[in-house]
Design a protein. Structure first.
Length: 462
């Protein structure tokens, strides 16, 4: 038992019965060492947690169950430092030999910033476990968590919890390496974990300490990693286009003598193109579709590109190369800081995951996924991109996706309404049905020709 004291553990589960059994086992084990316990509930009601834990273990030591809101997990936006400080306060306040903290990780799909900061959260609690008599057990609900989040959970925990044992995690990566996304350091760590002598047999590269230029991969699109010390943007494309910097400040699209709508359109289109980029001729045709003189558009494009560079780098001196708007091999490309997050891939994944869970009869978990998708959809896709740019006849980069996502949103509302109706939750059912009907009235008829049944066939986006 001493081998797991002060550890950062992961518990992956698919069925609630497995969750309660393993949590009870942990509570009993740590109680024998004089430790207290606290359960931070997000997916389940606090009363449900208490009753389920004691159902088959009536003599379980008394502990506390609190909602995730008490630890700032559902703040908007989520910030790791307040969460970490509150966890530390709870650990220091206990009169027992130590404290076991169970944390339901579904908070990470309830808010966009939760998904963004999951790596930093795991790093913070791992450090907390090393500094204080506290064991933090992260409870990952496999069916509803994003695939990438499950992999983060696998990489950031030193041991895994089974029904009757603890297993050292061979896939663990030290947090300082994992959060930095240093793939070479990950490789070296795993190699040495197999056998330290293997590292000695590897040739040492002359530039080993200098990271190579990287491409950051999203489900869509594939984006270039910007050569900058600035970290993580959060890009919201549902509703008006918004870009948040790492500390939460909004990018200001207005610059002196700049064309705001064209600047936003340029950013959105280059984001869509990703690592492929776009030629000056292509961008001029997009932004001045009625122009009869291609050279006239190219001459004006320079000013829009310069405006975008000023927007993204307000302190950039004149005539200096921008780390975010690149021009290479006669193509413009948008580069983003490391670990940048875009909203619509998560929206799609939550929709499709909800469909699969509903088909399996896991309605409560499906509802959680649908609710996460609903919160992400804050308006039409790129709603403030003017129709003259969005409805370009030669390159359908925005318009069809705008209505495709609206159709998905309508189906999410309809599915949620149906699930609430089955639970006799008529107020929620009426509210969602009304919203779905309102959204349908804005959809072109061709997008709603089929019955409102979510399809798991993905639509090509390029």
């Amino acid at each position: 038992m001493t081998s797991v004291l002060n550890q950062h553990l992961a518990l992956f589960y698919s069925q609630p019965a497995s969750l309660w059994e393993r949590c009870a086992m942990l509570i009993e084990c740590y109680a024998r060492a004089g430790w207290a316990w606290q359960y931070i509930a997000d997916d389940h009601a606090c009363q449900t947690v208490q009753s389920e834990l004691r159902r088959d273990h009536p003599t379980l030591p008394v502990g506390e169950v609190v909602p995730s809101t008490a630890y700032h997990f559902l703040a908007s936006p989520v910030r790791i430092q307040p969460i970490r400080d509150t966890l530390e306060k709870a650990a220091r306040a206990t009169n027992a030999a130590g404290l076991v903290l169970f944390i339901e990780m579904t908070w990470a799909i309830r808010t966009p910033s939760g998904a963004v900061y999951l790596r930093e959260f795991e790093q913070a609690v791992d450090a907390l476990c090393n500094a204080l008599p506290v064991c933090i057990v992260c409870l990952y609900n496999e069916p509803v968590m994003l695939d990438a989040q499950l992999l983060i959970g696998m990489h950031t925990h030193r041991a895994l919890v089974a029904r009757d044992a603890f297993y050292p995690n061979p896939h663990f990566v030290p947090p300082e390496i994992f959060v930095a996304r240093d793939e070479r350091a990950q490789f070296q760590h795993w190699l040495e974990a197999i056998n330290p002598t293997l590292r000695d047999d590897m040739p040492v590269l002359a530039n080993e300490s200098a990271p190579l230029p990287a491409i950051y991969n999203f489900p869509t699109p594939e984006l270039v990693l910007a050569p900058t010390a600035e970290r993580r943007w959060k890009i919201r494309m549902f509703g008006n286009l918004r870009v948040y910097r790492e500390q939460g400040a909004l990018v200001n699209w207005q610059v002196p003598k700049g064309a705001t709508r064209k600047t936003k359109t340029l950013f959105a289109y280059l984001l869509h193109r990703g690592a492929k980029g776009a030629t000056g001729e292509e961008l001029a045709d997009l932004l001045w579709p009625q122009s009869d003189n291609p050279q006239h558009g190219l001459n004006r494009l320079y000013h829009v590109v310069n405006s975008l560079r000023q927007v993204l780098s307000p302190d950039l001196p004149a005539n200096r190369a921008s780390p975010f708007v690149l021009y290479e091999e006669q193509r413009y490309m948008l580069a983003v800081p490391e670990d940048t997050w875009v909203d619509y891939p998560m929206f799609e994944e939550m929709c499709y995951r909800g469909v699969e869970l509903a088909k399996q009869g896991k309605e409560e978990q499906a509802l959680l996924c649908y609710q996460s998708a609903e919160r992400l959809y804050t308006g039409d896709f790129l709603a403030d991109i003017p129709s003259e740019y969005a409805e370009n006849s030669e390159r359908d980069w925005c318009w069809s996706r705008r209505y495709w996502f609206r159709e998905m949103y309508v189906k999410v509302l309809s599915q949620m309404s149906m699930l609430h109706r089955r639970r006799n939750q008529l107020i929620q059912d009426f509210r969602l049905s009304f919203r779905a009907e309102r959204e349908i009235s804005f959809c072109p008829a061709r997008f709603l020709a089929k019955p409102l049944e979510m399809t798991t066939k993905r639509k090509p986006c390029d």
